[in-house]
Design a protein around this ligand. Structure first.
Ligand code: NAD
Length: 367
């Protein structure tokens, strides 16, 4: 048996966990290690004031453990605000599994992860995220009840992506109303970047509403399929960000609004599904505002998925899921008006309202 000797000097030199940039008063971070199955996972519990920390599990081939930690810290914080702004009684959490979902995911690994989730006794409830399928959640369900997003025949709410897309559509229409004075998308040009599970359904809603839809993706086959199905136009330019369109809908990866792109964007409205779209939420949100670009906060308009899985916990039906998701329209209008009135970025306006709800509940609990 080999025993690693801890080098105290080395530890002092490294950045302490609580000092990490993305560490934002997280309540608990759990490192899960299981040699037998090869599981290396991190569960981030950001805040549980409003309820149990619910958030998906992402399996990704991170280039380092620090990158994985950073991701889970950022994503779990995002979940706190997403649930708070949506009015759900849920806290914020997220999990990451380090590894390649295509080659390293096994039922044993998923069950091992599920047992770690179970050991938290419901403080964290998991769901699917990038690299996960409904079937994986069904496997996790075999060892813990603290999982949502399981298949419909096992009592779950099924695939959340169509609901997420509908919520994004609602937020996009509200943003159009705020910017252009009408939410009628007839003749408006929209560029959807990433036409995966969410992006494709968004394209469907947009084309049905009469928008001129441009699509961009790294997957050529999908581009052709979505073009043929909905009559969308494949974006042929070399610079997606500089595209002359009315609305840009980021539905691929996060941080696409960054130092490189923020000044190139020609769209007048940004509304999409991707999480953490602003690489730096202070700087880039401010530049968008100064440039007169209306930005729909991602964590507000992509909440359809969490509304869908929340139904599994609260036992509400499809009608209520759609009603709650439709309400994203009103909340977006409210946030965008507040941002103008208080002269702040829309992202910050949304964060403020969400934080207020958490603080109110905390004060109530203390009474
Ligand atoms: P997905 O993996 O099904 O689709 C992503 C698409 O983006 C793929 O078609 C991929 O080829 C494409 N893509 C990747 N890199 C690209 C690039 N550089 N340029 C253009 N296209 C690129 O994912 P999804 O479930 O549709 O989710 C999309 C985004 O929305 C993700 O950021 C996700 O975190 C977020 N989100 C999804 C849900 C949900 O319910 N699925 C909920 C909330 C947030």
């Amino acid at each position: 048996m080999q025993v690693d000797v801890l080098n105290a000097n080395e530890l002092k030199k490294s950045a302490p966990v609580f000092g990490q940039l993305s560490f934002n008063d997280h309540e608990q971070v759990v490192f899960c290690n299981d040699k037998d199955t090869g599981l290396k996972a991190i569960i981030g519990i950001h805040n549980t004031v409003l309820g149990p920390a619910l958030g998906g599990t992402r399996m990704w081939n991170y280039s380092s453990e620090w990158e994985a930690l950073n991701d889970v810290l950022r994503l779990s914080r995002g979940m706190t605000y997403k649930s708070a702004i949506t009015g759900l009684n849920l806290g914020g959490g997220k999990a990451v599994i380090i590894g390649d979902a295509k080659t390293q995911k096994t039922p044993e690994l998923m069950k091992s992860f599920g047992r770690f989730v179970d050991s938290l006794s419901g403080k964290y409830i998991t769901a699917e995220d990038v690299g996960m399928e409904t079937a994986d959640m069904d496997t996790v369900r075999e060892v813990t009840k603290y999982v949502t997003g399981i298949s419909e025949d096992k009592g779950g709410a099924g695939n959340p992506s169509p609901i997420t897309a509908y919520g994004v559509f609602m937020g996009l229409k509200a943003s159009a109303k705020h910017k252009f004075g009408s939410d009628d998308l007839e003749g408006k040009s929209v560029l959807v970047q990433g036409i995966g599970h969410v992006g494709e359904t968004l394209v469907e809603h947009l084309t049905q509403d009469g928008a001129k839809v441009y699509i961009s993706d790294i997957n050529e086959e999908r581009l052709e399929a979505v073009r043929d199905k909905y009559g969308a136009i494949i974006f042929e330019g070399s610079d997606v960000y500089g595209a002359e369109v009315d609305i840009y809908a980021p539905c691929a990866l996060g941080a696409t609004i960054n130092d490189e792109t923020v000044k190139r964007i020609k769209a007048k409205v940004i509304a999409g599904a991707a999480n953490n779209q602003l690489a730096d939420e202070l700087t880039h949100g401010k530049i968008l505002r100064e440039r007169g670009i209306v930005y729909a906060p991602d964590f507000l308009i992509n909440a359809g998925g969490i509304i869908n899985v929340y139904a599994e916990l609260e036992n509400y039906d499809r009608k209520e899921i759609m009603r709650k998701t439709e309400n994203i329209y009103n909340t977006t209008l409210e946030i965008l008006s507040k941002a103008d009135k208080d002269d702040m970025t829309s992202h910050f306006a949304a964060l403020k309202i969400a934080q207020q709800r958490i603080d109110d509940r905390k004060n109530q609990n203390l009474k």
